[in-house]
Design a protein around this ligand. Structure first.
Ligand code: DHB
Ligand code: MG
Length: 226
């Protein structure tokens, strides 16, 4: 698609001019590719955007659902490293191959003191975190199985507090979310997610459509009000 090629070239331009992807984060992207992980990580521009939100919000405790090779994880961890000694990031991954690649990427980036990788089904890990009664998370990045976003949100709500931020990736799906008759479970999951968020008086949300080398999608930015 000609448009997608242009979107990719614009991202390359931005990467060359303003993004300044740190070498260890670049290395994680390359290692994930070399290991054959699917090419579905967020873009460098989006990774830096996430890091900016972590920095601006002053988040100290971050939770990520869906580690993949740890690319987004490392952008957020780098921002945490910069601002706070006691910062922690818990990231959840079901796929053992992804988890193995991510762990190596975290070690290479010397981020093992900030990042805790938990393997297994995200819902099981979320329930375990709730049971541990730790401090609430300041920022949650939701980027795991799209069909389960509504279920994830339900448990995540018990791990956040007033002022927390929830960011969700892939909430536009090439525009498929406007198809009320979609038979795609991922699209249905995202549609239910938007509906649940919109109906929840504790949440204030927006979503932004995005284009880049990987196509057309978007992300939600949600504030927890109470
Ligand atoms: C898919 C998942 C993602 O998180 C993403 O950003 C793009 C695609 C997928 O499962 O197809
Ligand atoms: Mg994603």
């Amino acid at each position: 698609m000609a448009d997608q090629e242009l979107w990719g070239q614009v991202d390359q331009y931005l990467e060359a001019t303003i993004i300044a992807e740190p070498p260890v984060i670049f290395a994680a992207r390359k290692a994930s590719k070399a290991a054959g992980l699917p090419d579905i990580a967020i873009s460098p521009a989006m990774g830096k955007w996430l890091g900016q939100i972590v920095a601006i919000s002053g988040a100290r405790r971050v939770l990520e659902l869906g580690t993949l090779g740890g690319y987004s994880t490392l952008w957020m961890a780098s921002a945490l490293r910069e601002q706070n000694q006691s910062a922690r990031l818990v990231t959840l991954e079901k796929n053992p191959v992804c988890a193995g690649v991510a762990k190596a990427n975290f070690a290479y980036a010397d981020m093992m003191d900030i990042i805790e990788l938990r393997r297994g089904e995200a819902v099981d890990s979320l329930k375990a975190l709730i049971g541990e009664k730790g401090e609430p998370f300041d920022l949650v990045f939701l980027d795991a199985n799209k069909a389960d976003y509504p279920e994830y949100l339900k448990w995540v709500m018990r791990l956040v507090q007033k002022g927390s931020i929830i960011i969700a990736d892939n909430v536009v799906r090439e525009g498929a979310i406007i198809d009320e008759n979609s038979s795609d479970y991922n699209v249905q999951g995202i549609q239910q997610f938007h509906k649940t968020v919109g109906d929840d008086k504790r949440l204030e949300a927006t979503a932004i459509q995005c284009v880049n080398a990987k196509g057309y999608d978007g992300f939600s930015l949600i504030r927890v009000l109470e």
